[in-house]
Ligand binder design. Structure first.
Ligand code: KIV
Length: 274
């Protein structure tokens, strides 16, 4: 087959994602591996390689222990496993907060070593200069406001944000400043519905909610949460679409029983001379 007759699929761009605002809701889901990315690619507009992989894949206590190398390994796998979705990789804790220049160095490494399309960083007002610095140098940035898992030690747990008037004002300011700084979208995590709704109506870039109600322009969720494969904790905002843990556990139990009782491998799984 000649090069020109091959069907090539083009990925979405940050501009095309931004233009989705006010149109069809944007579907985002996390993936950390090539096979999962392949399964999600037909349905997701954005696949996020989230630093939630620290807890979900590595069994770490929080996202604070996640390294750039982990993000790069999983980011590259997700890019290889997908063709259509726009791939965003989280910059992990400590890899971008010190200065816009450090953020650029990390983002450049992540993009060039994974082939991903954009990065996500946590923080609003505090990250405005950094977002602007990256965007002005050709790096699309997805913002993240509301409950910020990387600030776990400051906020003292994974709490809903926006309960006081002061917190509401801060979250709204965060969204506005990320829009001004050039972010192509903003994740709003664990925020009271009417604040998410107000932000969605006020800013020109898409809002992607997680625990921030149906009023957002799109939704994002951790895949293992909706598939019933991660049970360390289940936030209120998670809806279970499947319960795979018992299925997996039962399959492995059956395999173990077969091996112990010499029922596996069978003749059909073995090689013989003709
Ligand atoms: O790390 C992650 O998976 C995330 C989403 C939950 C938004 O940041």
């Amino acid at each position: 087959m000649s090069q020109s007759s091959k069907t090539s699929v083009t990925r979405a761009s940050s501009d095309s994602i931004r233009l989705r605002k006010g149109k069809l809701p944007i579907v985002c889901i996390t993936a950390y591996s090539a096979p999962m990315a392949k399964l999600f690619d037909d349905y997701a507009d954005i696949i996020l390689v989230g630093d939630s992989l620290g807890m979900v894949i590595y069994g770490l206590p929080s996202t604070l222990q996640v390294s750039v190398e982990m993000m790069i390994n999983h980011g590259a796998a997700v890019v290889r496993g997908s063709k259509k979705a726009f791939i965003v990789v989280d910059l992990p804790f400590g890899s971008y907060q010190s200065s816009p220049k450090d953020a650029f160095i990390t983002a450049q490494k992540v993009i060039s070593e994974t082939g991903c399309n954009a990065v996500k960083i946590e923080g609003g007002r505090t990250m405005a200069k950094t977002v602007e610095f990256l965007v002005n140098r050709g790096i699309p940035v997805l913002g993240h406001i509301g409950m910020l898992p990387q600030s776990y030690n400051q906020i003292g747990g994974y709490r809903v944000r926006g309960k006081t008037k002061e917190a509401e004002t801060e979250i709204i300011q965060d969204a506005n400043i990320l829009e001004e700084s050039g972010a192509f979208g903003v994740v709003i995590e664990s925020v009271i519905e009417n604040i998410a709704e107000k932000i969605t109506n006020d800013i020109s870039i898409p809002t992607i909610g997680i625990g921030a109600s149906v009023k957002c322009d799109g939704q994002i969720i951790v895949a293992e949460d909706i598939l019933g494969m991660f049970s360390d904790f289940q936030p209120k905002f998670v809806k279970r679409y499947a319960n795979l843990s018992p299925l997996i556990s039962n399959a492995v139990k059956n395999y173990a029983d077969d091996v112990r009782n010499r029922r596996f491998p069978g003749k059909e799984h073995c090689y013989y001379k003709k």
